[in-house]
Structures are given as C-alpha cells and as structure tokens.
Write a protein that binds this ligand. Structure first.
Ligand SMILES: [Mn+2]
Length: 430
C-alpha cells in the first residue's frame, strides 16, 4: 500500500469543485470523437497507460551558467527527491518512475532507497552516469573529456562509474543505463575527431560487456555544450553509428533540445525507428538552443509531430515501446508544478496523436494531397483532449485540476519547514 503525501480527502474536495464542468466537457468530446468513429473510453485507457519518467535532478531548481536562484523547500537528498516525484505522480497520475543520476543521487543503502520509493508507489527508470563534472576527491579530471579522454586512466575511471551505475541499478530494479558525455572540443585542431570517437567506442564497449541481458544502453547525442566547437556524439548519425557498433542492447536516445534549432526532429525519430535504434526520448522545449524549457511550452505542434511518429510506429509494432523521460531545467518555477504540467503536455500530445485519421492520411499521401495531409494532422492537434486526461486522472484517484490541487495542498510550504534554504550564487546544472 502506497503512502501518499497529498491527502485523498483534499483531492476529493478539489474534484467536487470541477466535477460538473468536467462531465459536461467529457460528454461533448465523446460526441465529437464518436463522429470520427473514435471511442473516448479507449482513449481514456490509453491515457491511463501512458507513463513518462521524472528525472531526479528536475525536482531541484535548475539554473544557467550565470546563476541559480533556488526556491523554497528544495529537496536535500534523493529521499526528498523521491517524495517530490511521488507528489508529481499522485497529481499527474502518469509519472510512476524516477530516473536517477550517479554520483548526485548515489544511495548509501540502495535497498533502503528502493523500499522507500516503493512505499511511495514509485520505481526506478534508467540510470544516468555523470562524467561531465568533477567530484570532490576524484582522481582524474574530466576537464578534457571522460570516455573519450586521451588518458587511459581517466577513461577507465569513467568506465568504472558507468559500471557502478549498472550495479546500483540492478538493486534498484532499473533496466537501462543512459550515457551522455560532455566530451568534445572548443577549438579547431584541439581534438582528433576520429581518434576521440575510437576511444569513445572502446570505452562504451567495455561498459556494454557489463550490461545484463535484459538491459538497454541509451546513447544520447548533443550538438554542443559544454564543448562549443565539436562534441564526440554530436548528432543522430554519430549516435546511430555508435549504437550499431556496440550491438542490439545499445539504442539511440533523442533529446528534443540537443539539435540545431531548425532540425526536423520528427524525421530523425522516424529514421531511428525504421532501423530499430530508437530506445528513448527526453522531452523538453526550446526557442533558441538547448534551452531545457518546459515540454510543450514553446512548440506544442513539434511535440505532437514527434508523438505522431511514435504512435504510428507503436500501432504498426506493438512491441515498440521507447522509454520516455522529461529532461528540462526549471529556473523560475516550482519544479513540481513544471513537471506535473510537462508530463501532462506529453500525455496530451500522445492522445492527440491517437486521434489522427491514419487511413485518410495514407490516402492523402498516396494521392499526393499535401494540403489534406496537413489538415488531417492539424485536425487532431486542434482537438482539445483535456477531458480525456482529466478522466484518466480521476480513474486513478487523481485530481481533475492538478495545479489547483497542488497549490491547495501547500506541499511546498510544508516541506520548506524541514528543508533548509540552499545558498544562492552557484551556477546550476542545465
Ligand atoms: Mn537529455
């Protein structure tokens, strides 16, 4: 039996306020969908089965390279982060798993952490290794790279951390390791492109041999930052090459923010699906670069188009189930509020993608009817599926209006009484 941090009585009280308008909206939408031969209850159960993982680091206030402005009641440790994640899950009803970062969240007793999370109704998603930052007492610096470093001892240290992630993850019940490195160069000529990629492949193959049979290894590419001239896994092409070299358990992970601003990400998604190399997705949004803004806050149509590819692939192959995670930085909002809303925005895009009239789209494509094809997609995107998402939450004893309920709970003020204020000033992790 899970222990919930928001009282069920409060959720019930909040729901009483909006129950009537929810039912009216739901009925109206049911009629509209029925006209399209779509069953609203099917869509509700799809929404209920939708999950997106919460990154442990997302529960703290993020920052930029200029500054970080911590909020009240920031989580002190991984247990507080689990608490916050469980609140996000209770109120969004679609985030039952946590993706943790080592060494930031390294548990002294992983079994205790696993039990603690289970009591909160949470489990552990992909493990993330951090070799993009030096830790106190660390023998070899990652200033000039980690898995692709020119120095063998530094590479071995980074390999060891990844193996530690796997070992911890085995205890926690995780089934995947996500590897993202900050390795790259800031000056032309600084790095030999081929040799650094060879060293990366050599290091990752050593990690790969430690991967259990039922695990996946997600490789994440990123166009720039912290290296500003070149990165070792810069794009989906390098990512695909690396994942193919390593083997079937190695898969590409696409982070929405890790591309040049005008890149057609939904097409990259399609390519990786076609060649069975899309393992996971990190959701966020951006205006200029890797802004790590809240999912769906800038370009919800792009989010929908990405889900259009993911849903179509799943309809064709029910075994296709990539890992979904939010990966964004909350600089000026309460991270819990941002994560609840963002999780729901991805769930919204997922349901909208199920409304696409795929038969009509196929006909439009065969007949080269470009305008009609575009209208079919926009028609689904314009459909307000909010009542479906509300009903899915209601069916899980969640709130119709999660933001209202969260604010009513005063959770942040309550936890801030036991969680001391973190000193401002340091730049944040973005
Ligand atoms: Mn990411």
């Amino acid at each position: 039996m899970s222990e919930f941090l928001i009282s069920n009585d409060l959720i019930t009280q909040c729901n009483e306020i909006s129950a009537k308008s929810h039912e009216e909206d739901f009925e109206k939408l049911a009629i509209l969908l029925d006209r399209k031969s779509l069953s609203i209850s099917d869509l509700v159960s799809k929404a209920s089965n939708y999950n997106v993982a919460i990154p442990s680091w997302g529960t703290g206030t993020g920052g930029t390279r200029f500054a970080r402005y911590p909020g009240k009641g920031e989580p002190r440790d991984i247990f507080d982060k689990v608490d916050d994640c469980s609140v996000i899950n209770q109120l969004s009803a679609c985030t039952p798993s946590i993706s943790i970062h080592i060494p930031w969240d390294r548990p002294k007793d992983p079994n205790k952490l696993k039990d603690y999370a289970q009591n909160r109704g949470m489990c552990f998603d992909a493990m993330n290794s951090n070799t993009f930052q030096d830790q106190v007492g660390q023998k070899h610096s990652y200033k000039y790279g980690s898995l692709s470093h020119t120095n063998l001892d530094t590479r071995n240290q980074a390999i060891e951390l990844n193996i530690e992630c796997i070992e911890l993850g085995k205890i926690l019940g995780s089934k995947a390791l996500t590897v993202w490195i900050g390795d790259g160069s800031n000056f032309p000529g600084q790095s030999n492109f081929q040799k650094s990629f060879e060293r990366y492949l050599d290091s990752t193959s050593k990690i790969y041999t430690n991967l259990p049979d039922d695990w996946l290894m997600f490789l994440e590419h990123k166009i720039y930052e912290p290296a500003f001239y070149s990165t070792v896994i810069q794009d989906w092409g390098s990512n695909y090459l690396a994942a193919t070299e390593l083997g079937n358990k190695a898969q590409c992970l696409v982070d929405l923010g890790h591309h040049a601003p005008t890149v057609n990400i939904e097409m990259i998604v399609s390519r990786l699906i076609q060649f069975k190399k899309l393992g996971g997705f990190h959701f966020n949004d951006s205006k200029y670069g890797d802004d790590d803004l809240d999912s769906g806050s800038i370009n919800p149509y792009q989010l929908f188009l990405v889900f259009n590819e993911l849903v179509q692939a799943n309809l064709e192959d029910h075994n296709f189930k990539p890992a979904f995670m939010l990966d964004q930085s909350h600089n000026i909002t309460d991270p819990i509020e941002s994560l609840i809303i963002s999780a729901i925005e991805t769930q919204r895009a997922f349901i909208q993608a199920h409304i696409v009239d795929r038969e009509a789209l196929k006909v439009a494509q065969v007949e080269n009817d470009a305008l009609m094809a575009s209208e079919i997609l926009k028609n689904a995107f314009r459909t307000d599926v909010t009542p479906i998402l509300e009903k899915a939450r209601l069916n899980s004893n969640g709130p119709i209006d999660p933001l209202y309920c969260y604010r009513k709970s005063k959770y942040r003020s309550i936890v801030s009484e036991v969680r001391p204020i973190i000193a401002p000033g340091s730049s944040g992790i973005v």
